[in-house]
Design a protein around this ligand. Structure first.
Ligand code: CTP
Length: 396
């Protein structure tokens, strides 16, 4: 997403300013064009010429150009128009406070006000400062303005103390930048995507249920990938212990019946991704009290649950994309292809439990993405696979 994008890198006067030199290189390696604006105190940590040579562009510090012959005092306006993204890394408590209160006393803070692009703030300071009430308040304010904040990491700080205040690793910053750009320009921008994830539980009595080992990780990865491609994403999940991606709305369910009811409220979604491992059977009766062994029978009478995906397939809306999952132990492609047809869906993501690196609870996946006219194999972390699946389906 960063390739060909124009980024302003704002550098403020904290010790992590030296890391901004490497961050600039990382943005360039990702294909972005970068310009740097520094606060006057940042120049105490890193020389202006370092950034100027690496970015191949003048570094702006004051609103009034450093070159005394120049009368170009409106450059904060056109820098603000030029950029696709403005990243302030590191951002000191002082600059954060100025941003929260609209102060425009240097090129960096003035460009914040003039910018027409999203702003990503990476607050970096001592742990106690970060936890202070005014910084907490300012962070809340800038988030209310719609600016993005990337939380600092905890660890060993320049003060010699341990705390939360370190600049996050470059890949974390790049990932966030990518996500922000993707959410504006991605192929799913303006679309509503609903993802189901995790197992369902079918209760026999209050303490026993029928379920499966689905961790929900693949569904969570699909939701995160949809969000990164710009979709307004809603996640409906069974009992899982994986953290939800930030920015996704969520709803929890227990049984297949709950999931069926929940999905009916979102039948209008542009894309529905059924990654949940829905139980095909549920007990015919659920006992109100715990079944005692001397009263219980050795078999449980079961009835079929609603096939939710088939139900959606029967009612598929014009322009809607339905994506199912198939977990197989044999005849992967044949079984998955027949589910695709039977359920009247557009794509099926098939994986085999027998393939190394695939299946329940692991962080990687190997899948076959199948449509009536297309089939390809994708491998990688669950997030990489999810991104590749949606990237392939919704390529611009
Ligand atoms: N699915 C569903 N409702 C169900 C069962 C499954 O919507 N009651 C969805 C799953 O979320 C998945 C797809 O159907 O996207 C395929 O699920 P799977 O269990 O592999 O297939 P089944 O249709 O249940 O077929 P079988 O159990 O015979 O393999």
């Amino acid at each position: 997403m960063l390739s060909g994008k124009r980024i302003i890198l704002g550098v403020t006067g904290g010790i992590a300013a030296y890391k901004a030199v490497f961050l600039l290189r990382e943005f360039q390696k990702a294909g972005a064009e970068v310009r740097v604006t520094m606060t006057p105190s940042a120049t105490r940590f890193v020389g202006l010429d370092t950034f100027a040579s690496l970015s191949g562009h003048e570094v702006a510090i004051d609103i009034f150009p450093e070159d005394s012959d120049s009368t170009d005092w409106t450059r904060h306006i056109y820098w603000g128009e030029w950029a696709d993204l403005f990243v302030i890394a590191p951002c000191t408590a002082n600059t954060l406070s100025k941003i929260a209160h609209g102060t425009a006393d240097n090129m960096l803070t003035s460009t914040v006000l003039a910018a027409r692009c999203p702003l990503l703030i990476c607050p970096t300071m001592d742990g106690e400062m970060y936890e202070s009430p005014s910084v907490t308040d300012n962070l809340k304010t800038v988030q209310e303005f719609g600016y993005h904040v990337l939380e600092p990491e905890a660890g060993f700080l320049a003060s010699g103390l341990e705390g939360k205040g370190r600049l996050p690793e470059f890949d974390v910053i790049l990932e966030k930048a990518d996500e922000i750009i993707g959410s504006i320009e991605g192929p799913l921008a303006g679309k509503k995507v609903v993802v189901t994830a995790g197992p369902t539980r079918e209760y026999i009595d209050p303490v026993r249920f029928i379920s499966n080992p689905s961790s929900g990780k693949m569904g969570i990865a699909m939701a995160e990938a949809a969000l990164r491609l710009g979709a307004a994403t809603h996640l409906i999940h069974g009992p899982i212990h994986v953290p939800h991606p930030e920015g996704v709305t969520t709803e929890s369910i227990i049984s297949a019946e709950d999931l069926f009811k929940a999905i009916q409220n979102h039948q209008d979604a542009d894309v529905i991704i059924m990654a949940a491992a829905v139980s095909d059977f549920t007990p015919s009766t659920t006992h109100q009290h715990k079944v005692k062994k001397d009263q219980g029978s050795s078999s449980i009478d079961l009835k079929r649950t609603q096939d939710i995906l088939a139900w959606l397939g029967e009612r598929k809306l014009e322009g809607q994309t339905l994506i199912g999952f198939a977990m197989e132990t044999e005849n992967l492609i044949d079984n998955a292809t027949s589910k695709l047809k039977k359920k009247n869906i557009d794509w099926i993501v098939a994986n085999s439990l027998s393939e190394a690196g695939a299946g329940f609870e692991v962080d990687t996946n190997v899948v076959h993405l199948i449509s009536p006219s297309d089939s390809l194999q994708l491998k990688g972390s669950k997030l990489e696979v999810a991104t590749a699946v949606l990237g392939h389906i919704f390529k611009k």
